[in-house]
Design a protein around this ligand. Structure first.
Ligand SMILES: Nc1nc2c(ncn2[C@@H]2O[C@H](COP(=O)(O)OP(=O)(O)O)[C@@H](O)[C@H]2O)c(=O)[nH]1
Ligand SMILES: [Mg+2]
Length: 457
């Protein structure tokens, strides 16, 4: 196991002694993503089965899908009483940071394994040919003293892989192959098979859930900071600055500045007006949109674990709208604002689902809000599909749909306000303010012109 690109498949191919070992040797193909390859051990006495898995950052699969695939494979083999002798975890020594993707992979790996199995783990570093010796040494030390410490203390060993068959077998042989009776199931196997836990109640499943909460807590921090940012922006007027969430001022800018709301550019684009009218610049718009898409993509990746169907739908629609805005040449602040607030609302609800069961009235409002978001997405997709520079006029019906979406989000806020702990209410208040700004923007701009992306031809 290990991140995508860490060299897992290369390792298997080297061990088997063929660059396309996968072909023809596949043993168990439970899913096409998990590949088990049988090969004879050089000692000539036994066969070894190497199992190759996708990383928790796969280009084509979400973390949840990857976890589900691995879990299903492990569950099926455990039910057939097949247990692993050991585990290899791969890490690129050429990576200069462990934070982010590699760390997420390591944490998922640890949760899948469980502490009791750490002694059967070999932590393998790859890509030694890509780094200078002393840089590699320094990183290896950092791994051993920090990220791998807990595991090596409990018996994991470390090895370097040098891209050769010998090196691969030296690593495989570092696993003390115990007799089948002494092999232990992984934590996730115990949880799912012996304890009948569904995936989302296992340690690994909970890790995925925790990350989704973490993703949305970013939203809260961003809204929390917005006031401070505006103050700072005022002081630095004229100076161009890029904060981590430059859009933090969009809502407040639009709601407090009447000059902006009568400006058609708010809706139709060309709004590089930073410093003059107080409107957010196109640069800020783009950076915000990018941040929003990143957060929504993370949420979407994990949304299988949000076990409320309409909430999953709301995440998908918000992401789809944001991605459509990204390919449009012009800026559409009102829509961006709508998606930002939708995301914040989704965040509040997601957090709420961790602490309390969703009552039927809350479920109903989520469902209403999700349906309206899907309709807004329909409008936006329609515009993007036209793919011409001809601006399209939003029809009255479209405006109705947008207003209805704002209304259902407001209604959701009102219902949630009665349910949430007081600590969460400021976020709802921010959403109220943001939604008022969306409406003001749409009302003040007389004609609602939407510009699709420029024709690429
Ligand atoms: N330079 C170098 N490239 C490697 C090494 N191991 C793997 N690669 C390359 O890194 C890329 C990703 O490797 P792959 O085995 O597909 O990674 P996986 O996603 O973990 O299965 C491929 O292009 C490999 O040829 C290594 O030790 N050194
Ligand atoms: Mg691979």
């Amino acid at each position: 196991m290990g991140p995508t690109g860490a060299g897992k498949t290369t390792f298997v191919d080297c061990a088997v002694g063929s660059p396309d070992a996968g072909a023809g040797h596949d043993l168990v193909s439970c899913t096409k993503e998990i590949r088990a390859v049988r090969c004879p051990h050089p000692d000539g006495e036994r066969n070894i089965v190497l199992v190759d898995t996708p990383g928790f950052d796969d280009t084509f699969m979400s973390d949840t899908q990857v976890l589900r695939n691995i879990a299903e494979w492990l569950k099926a083999t455990y039910k057939q009483k097949v247990l692993l002798s050991g585990l290899l975890y791969f890490h690129r020594i050429s990576d200069n940071r462990v934070a982010g993707t590699p760390l997420r992979n390591l944490n998922m790996f640890k949760e899948l394994c469980g502490k009791d199995n750490f002694k059967n783990v070999v932590l393998v570093t790859t890509m030694w040919d890509e780094v200078l010796e002393d840089v590699g040494l320094q990183r290896e030390e950092e791994l051993q003293n920090e990220f791998w410490k807990v595991m090596t203390r409990l018996g994991s060993t470390t090895r370097r892989f040098h891209l050769t068959e010998e090196s691969a077998w030296e690593i495989i042989n570092a696993i003390s192959v115990s007799i089948p009776e002494e092999r232990r199931p992984l934590l996730i196997q115990q949880e799912m098979v012996d304890e009948y836990k569904p995936l989302h109640k296992t340690s690994s499943g909970k890790t995925v859930l925790r990350s989704i909460s973490y993703v949305f807590s970013g939203f809260k921090r961003f809204f929390g900071r917005s006031k401070k940012d505006i103050k700072r922006n005022k002081n630095k007027r004229g100076k161009h600055r890029l904060s981590r969430w430059p859009s933090s001022s969009i809502a407040s800018h639009i709601s407090r500045s009447s000059g902006v709301t009568t400006d058609e550019s708010v809706l139709t684009g060309n709004t590089d007006t930073s410093g003059s009218t107080g409107a957010p610049s196109e640069h800020d718009y783009r950076v915000t949109l990018e941040g929003l898409i990143t957060i929504l993509m993370h949420a979407h990746n994990m949304s299988e674990f949000v076990r409320t169907h309409s909430l999953t739908e709301a995440i998908a629609s918000s992401l789809s709208i944001a991605q459509a805005l990204e390919v449009m040449d012009q800026t559409h602040h009102a829509l961006l604002l709508l998606v930002e607030n939708a995301a914040l609302l989704i965040g509040v609800i997601t957090e709420h689902t961790h602490k309390a069961r969703l009552t039927s009235d809350v479920k109903r409002v989520i469902s209403g809000f999700a349906t309206d978001l899907r309709r807004v997405d329909g409008i936006v997709q329609n515009i993007v599909r036209r793919n011409s520079q001809e601006p399209s006029i939003l029809q009255d019906a479209d405006i109705c749909t947008l207003s209805s979406c704002v209304e259902s989000m407001r209604h959701a806020c009102n219902v949630l306000r009665q349910k949430l702990l007081p600590g969460n209410r400021p976020a709802l208040f921010k959403i109220d303010v943001g939604l008022a700004a969306v409406i003001t923007t749409f009302k003040k701009v007389g004609t609602h012109v939407m510009c699709p992306r420029a024709d690429s031809s």
